[in-house]
Write a protein of this length. Structure first.
Length: 126
């Protein structure tokens, strides 16, 4: 799967936050995803173009790996996370049915994309 990756840095900025920060889900805007944890609901959503981050918020960008990531596949997440960690780039991986999506800090999006492209190329060359 690593050699088949064609990572794409998608347009837009995203925010991960506790859903209880908003009095109603409608005020949160369209959610991309929600995960229930013991501490409450975590939501991630696209930020509006002029939207100001809440205190402590970190704007993220989304990189889609553009390779079918079989839910029973082994090693893709580990390879990607290890490569980014070696460069000091944090990531939050969301594995969906067809692709894996990485959320990295906005300031490190371009660097993360370069790392992932190099990882895919190295796997092809091996």
């Amino acid at each position: 799967m690593v050699s088949g990756m064609a990572p794409v840095l998608e347009a837009g900025r995203y925010l991960f936050t506790a859903l209880d920060c908003w009095p109603s889900a409608q005020e949160a805007g369209p959610l991309l995803g929600v995960f229930r944890e013991e501490e409450g609901l975590t939501a991630y959503r696209r930020l509006g173009p002029e939207e100001v981050l809440p205190p402590g918020g970190v704007a993220m960008v989304k990189i889609t790996l553009q390779v079918y990531s079989d839910l029973e596949g082994v090693g893709l997440t580990a390879a990607v996370a290890t490569t980014l960690a070696e460069e000091g780039i944090p990531c939050n991986v969301v594995a969906a049915l067809h692709h894996d999506h990485l959320f990295v800090p906005e300031t490190q999006g371009a660097a993360a994309l370069r790392c992932l492209e190099a990882l895919a190329q190295a796997a092809k060359d091996a």
